[in-house]
Design a protein around this ligand. Structure first.
Ligand code: ADP
Ligand code: ADP
Length: 242
C-alpha cells in the first residue's frame, strides 16, 4: 500500500536581485516517487541537489510551486493550515539536529507527549505511552523526567524518534537524521530505525548525502542532481551501478 506519493513535485525559489533581474532556483524539478508501507526510500544526492526541499514540501513546511503530494491517497499540496492538521499527524519528521524536536528547558517526557496531547490524548495516557516509547528506543522509561542535556547526541536522536513515534505516524521523514553522529552511533540509530520499520510497519523517507548510510537502511533509492531525479530503483542496484 502506498502511503506517500509525489507527482511532478516542483519548487522554485525566487531570489530578490541585488543587481538586475532576480534569479530563480528550481530546487525540485518534477520529482515523482512512491513510498509504500513498511519500506525505506532513500533520497541521495550532493549538497544543494534538492533533497531537503523535497522533505520540506512533503512536510508542507514550504509550499510547493506545482505538483501533487499524496499522503495516504489524499493530495495535501494545496491544503491550508486547518485542513492540513488531520493529515499532519500521519507524517513526522526527524531532523539532523535532535534539538530541533526537543525543547532544552522541558523534561523529555513533556516533549514526547506534546503532539498527542495537542491532538486530544489524555495526559496520563500519553505519558504511559511515552515510557513505552522510551523503552522501545532503548532508553529507561523513567527518563521521562530528565532534560535533553543529560543525554548524548545518539540518545537525543533516539528521544527525537520516540517523539515522532508518539503521533503513531505511518510515515517518518528523516532528514540527515544520523549525519551528525559518530559512525558507531550511526549504526545503532540506523538499526533502531530498521527495527521500528519492521515492528510498526512505518514507512521511512530517508534523506542523506552519505551513500554508505543509504546502503545500510534503504530498500529503494532516488538519486537527485540539480533538483531532478537522475536515477531511481532498488538500493542494491542503484548503489552498485558504475
Ligand atoms: P540539499 O538538501 O540537497 O542540500 P536543498 O533542497 O537544501 O538541497 O537546496 C536545493 C537548492 O535550493 C539549492 O540551490 C539551495 O541553495 C536552494 N534553496 C533551498 N532553500 C532555499 C530558500 N529558502 N531560498 C532560496 N533558495 C533555496
Ligand atoms: P537543513 O540543514 O535543515 O537542511 P539548510 O541549512 O539547508 O537546512 O537551510 C536552512 C534554512 O535556510 C532553510 O530554511 C532553507 O530553506 C534556507 N536556505 C537554504 N539555502 C538557501 C538559499 N540559497 N537562499 C536562501 N535560503 C536558503
Amino acid at each position: 500500500r502506498t502511503v506517500l506519493e509525489t507527482i511532478e513535485l516542483t519548487k522554485r525559489y525566487h531570489r530578490p536581485a541585488l543587481f538586475g533581474k532576480g534569479a530563480e532556483t528550481v530546487a525540485a524539478d518534477a520529482v515523482s516517487f512512491t513510498l509504500k508501507r513498511g519500506r525505506t526510500l532513500g533520497i541521495v544526492g550532493e549538497s544543494g541537489s534538492g533533497k531537503s526541499t523535497v522533505a520540506r514540501c512533503v512536510m508542507r513546511l514550504v509550499d510547493p510551486s506545482s505538483g501533487a503530494i499524496r499522503v495516504r491517497g489524499e493530495d495535501i499540496s494545496d491544503l491550508g493550515r486547518a485542513a492540513l492538521r488531520p493529515h499532519r499527524r500521519h507524517i513526522q519528521m526527524v531532523f539532523q539536529d535532535p534539538n530541533r524536536s526537543l525543547n532544552p528547558r522541558i523534561p523529555i517526557g513533556e516533549s514526547i507527549i506534546e503532539g498527542p496531547v495537542n491532538y486530544g490524548t489524555p495526559r496520563a495516557e500519553a505519558l504511559k505511552r511515552a515510557r513505552e516509547l522510551l523503552d522501545l528506543v532503548g532508553l529507561p522509561p523513567d527518563a521521562v523526567t530528565r532534560h535533553p542535556h543529560e543525554f548524548s547526541g545518539g540518545q537525543r536522536q533516539r528521544i527525537a524518534i520516540a517523539r515522532a513515534l508518539a503521533m503513531e505516524p505511518e510515515i517518518i521523514v528523516a532528514d540527515e537524521a544520523v549525519s551528525a553522529l559518530d559512525v558507531s552511533v550511526q549504526a545503532q540509530v540506523l538499526d533502531l530505525l530498521a527495527d521500528i520499520q519492521e515492528r510498526l510497519g512505518v514507512a521511512i523517507l530517508f534523506i542523506t548525502h552519505d551513500l554508505r548510510v543509504a546502503a545500510q537502511i534503504c530498500d529503494d533509492i532516488i538519486v537527485m542532481q540539480k533538483g531532478r531525479i537522475v536515477e531511481q530503483g532498488e538500493a542494491a542496484r542503484v548503489l552498485t551501478a558504475p
